[in-house]
Design a protein around this ligand. Structure first.
Ligand SMILES: [Zn+2]
Ligand SMILES: [Zn+2]
Length: 175
């Protein structure tokens, strides 16, 4: 839950990959869009490419695994580089989808699907602040917890986003 109210300006922005890194021009690691990791530091990664804006997935698996809902950005798998992955493990939930988590601290980190194997969804809360991202979409709202207050300022779908939605630049929906 964001600390400030969502604005129509953010809601209207197209669902683009964001290159506008919040880091300054003097950043010595040129090309690094974001860094992040789990709570204990056993998993640390950097993204050297665009990040998608944040999608809330309220499906039941995401709800249980995260304890609330998945708030995920995404990047091309080729752009994600691990500085440490010694405690990274994967929960293969279905034959085609899996969640990445830290075996030490339990942080939810990633979601991946084999039908879009070139992309990696990243739990947005694991990105070091400021992320420069905005929440732009909610899916599987029909499965949202009854205590969750859905954000009426962003497009919200009861189930997955329609596959023919032209505003979506990343192949496939999902978290
Ligand atoms: Zn950890
Ligand atoms: Zn989900």
């Amino acid at each position: 839950m964001r600390g400030r109210a969502g604005t129509p300006r953010e809601a209207r922005r197209p669902l683009g990959l964001r290159e506008d890194a919040p880091m300054g021009d003097d950043d010595s690691e040129a090309g690094v869009r974001a860094t992040g990791g789990c709570e204990c530091g056993g998993v640390r990664y950097r993204v050297e490419g665009a990040l998608r804006d944040v999608v809330h997935c309220h499906c039941e698996p995401c709800r249980r695994i995260t304890g609330h809902h998945m708030a995920a950005t995404a990047a091309s798998l080729d752009d994600v580089h691990f500085e440490s992955d010694t405690t990274l493990a994967w929960y293969q939930r279905t034959p085609t989808t899996r969640y990445g988590f830290c075996t030490t601290c339990g942080s939810t980190l990633f979601w991946a699907a084999s039908d879009k194997a070139d992309m990696l969804s990243i739990a947005a809360g694991t990105i070091d602040q400021p992320s420069g991202l905005a929440t732009v979409l909610a899916i599987y709202a029909d499965e949202a917890a009854d205590f969750h207050r859905l954000d009426g300022t962003i497009p919200t779908f009861g189930r997955d986003r329609p596959v023919d939605d032209p505003s979506w630049p990343v192949a496939g929906g999902g978290a």
